[in-house]
Design a protein around this ligand. Structure first.
Ligand code: ZN
Length: 142
């Protein structure tokens, strides 16, 4: 027996949407009538549906990674935020990853000791309009 090599593919959110066609969450008590599709929660009837009622190859995990949020093929527990269910299954020998957003250093970001001290130990400028003192800004990859 031979194991087929796994292919890694990176997509953008739009490419993912077009290729795999996510569906609307039909279980939620808070449906979004205008949305073309919506995510499933990580608890209760919604996660139970995702875990037991459908093929794993139709499930995608939206997760919170190290300085980024991402979407990856299959059901994952670690770092999960929510799940998506698609109508087109992903191929068994392929692993997909979609980087949804990344945390980038804001233009006010500084690790200079004097600057940080003046900011009460923060790397971000509390008066910054972009990050409001967080020091990082979220950049969406679409
Ligand atoms: Zn800033």
């Amino acid at each position: 027996m031979t194991t087929k090599p796994i292919t890694f593919v990176e997509l953008t959110w739009n490419e993912w949407e077009e290729k795999f066609k996510p569906i609307k969450n039909h279980i939620t008590k808070y449906p979004e009538p205008e949305a073309e599709y919506s995510s499933f929660e990580t608890y209760g009837a919604e996660v139970e549906y995702v875990q037991t009622k459908i093929d794993d190859r139709l499930v995608w995990t939206f997760g919170d990674g190290d300085m980024c949020t991402y979407l990856s093929s299959g059901y994952h527990y670690i770092n999960r935020i929510s799940y998506y269910v698609c109508t087109v299954p992903y191929e068994e020998d392929t692993e997909y990853q979609i980087i949804v957003s990344t945390e980038e250093e804001c233009k006010c970001y500084s690790e200079d000791e004097d600057v940080m001290e003046a900011r009460g130990g923060e790397a971000g400028d509390p008066d910054c309009e972009l990050c409001e003192g967080y020091g990082l800004v979220t950049v969406y990859n679409d």
